[in-house]
Design a protein around this ligand. Structure first.
Ligand code: RM4
Ligand code: MN
Length: 390
């Protein structure tokens, strides 16, 4: 690719969209304590109202992922209407097979066919939710795994997984996709049935073109070169989505770009190189975060801005100079071109892009000044606050 013009950089930034997770707006915590915060939503309707706030101030967050059963409502058509009225669409529907007694030893991989059938049925119910809400992405993060060598047969579990996934895949409509996430460990510690991108890709390839891999930036061993995985999955047309978040130790679900903004830049650089930033590229840029101690709506706004900053830097890379340095074997020159872009302060550029859309250049300041948090803290009394896992 060649170096982008200033106008192309600005229009790419203006067109970028990021999907928000409904669960980021409820209370969440560690396995030791869930803290509660005034004004936290009590149901999916209030979560969507909060999502709309992030979209109002960033102009970049027009979709929300739901988690079933956490976001179960009586009438999903009505929830989708509520979302549209707030300028938001329903994005990925996330299944959940990690909170049912029956799934202690596995769900889609379970040795017992009746338990497997129950896990498959849950996914068919999720596809019904997709029909009602207009969602096109079914996202599966499979917790299945074992804790002890010998506990179950690794290969048989893969065979059972392939069969279960094929049943789910067969129920998809042509415009729907199956997004298959991987995670190297947790909740189990010896084997995980989808531990890495290779395993996810193998299953996706067996299923068909509507199955693609989800890359959660928190689901890798320390030191993993994530941008390599991004480049490879893009190369074979199977990067369906990101779950963006930051990790310091394991699956920390912190604000993306907080732990390693340079890694986020390197990831977005691969996206730009493959021209995958376009809204119709087939890559869904989602956040998967939990805000335990920080303000939730503001935390999401910060994350959106962090992704935008990494993207702007990637768009600014002098591609002509980089190609020339690479061609001539100028190792340090090539690296310097990349670092020049990374070290650019893109905040003024992004403020101008926002202002050109009629937004405030500083979304955090504008949101804080709006008084929304104070208002919902007064209004949302009574009822039970939504929280991770409920
Ligand atoms: C998992 C995974 C999924 C998320 C759940 C709540 O670790 O990241 O994407 O939906 O957590
Ligand atoms: Mn995830």
């Amino acid at each position: 690719m060649s170096t982008l013009s200033d106008a192309d950089v600005r229009s790419a930034l203006a067109a970028q969209t990021i999907e928000l997770p409904s669960w980021a707006f409820g209370n969440s915590g560690t396995r030791f304590k869930v803290f509660s915060t005034p004004g936290v939503p009590r149901d999916p309707y209030e979560k969507i109202a909060d999502v709309a706030q992030v979209n109002t101030y960033t102009g970049t967050a027009p979709r929300v992922s739901l988690h079933i059963p956490w976001d179960l409502v009586d009438d999903f058509d009505d929830l989708a209407r509520h979302a549209r009225a707030h300028g938001v669409q329903i994005g990925a529907i996330n299944s959940n097979v990690f909170q049912d007694e029956d799934f202690k030893l596995g769900s889609l991989t379970h040795a017992d066919p009746t338990i497997r059938a129950k896990a498959v049925r849950h996914h068919l119910d999720c596809i019904d939710v997709m029909r009602a809400t207009g969602s096109t992405d079914l996202k599966i993060w499979l917790p299945d795994g074992t804790n002890y060598p010998g506990q179950d047969d690794i290969r048989s579990r893969q065979d059972r997984l392939a069969e279960s996934l094929a049943e789910i895949y067969a129920a998809l409509e042509p415009h729907m996709r199956l997004l298959l996430e991987y995670k190297f460990f947790e909740p189990y510690f010896y084997t995980t049935d989808i531990p890495d991108w290779g395993t996810s890709l193998v299953h996706c390839m067996a299923l068909g073109d509507q199955a693609t891999v989800v890359l959660d930036t928190g689901h890798h061993a320390p030191g993993t070169n994530i941008e390599f995985i991004v480049a490879q999955l893009l190369r074979v047309g199977r990067l369906g989505a990101f779950d963006f978040n930051s990790r310091f130790y394991a699956d920390d679900d912190l604000m993306v770009g907080a732990a390693d903004p340079f890694q986020l830049f390197r990831i977005m650089n691969e996206i730009v190189i493959s021209d995958a930033l376009r809204p119709d590229s087939g890559v869904n840029f989602m956040l998967d975060q939990c805000h335990n101690i920080e303000a939730k709506i503001q935390g999401q706004i910060r994350s959106v801005m962090n992704v935008q900053e990494a993207t702007a830097k990637a768009l600014l890379v002098d591609r002509d100079a980089l190609a020339e340095a690479q061609r001539s074997g100028d190792v340090l020159g090539a690296n310097a071109v990349l670092m020049d872009a990374y070290n650019t302060d893109v905040r003024p550029l992004l403020a101008e892009v926002r202002e050109a859309k009629g937004l405030d250049g500083d979304p955090i300041a504008a949101f804080r000044a709006s008084g929304y948090v104070e208002k919902v803290s007064e209004e949302r009394v009574g009822g039970t606050q939504a929280s991770w896992g409920a």
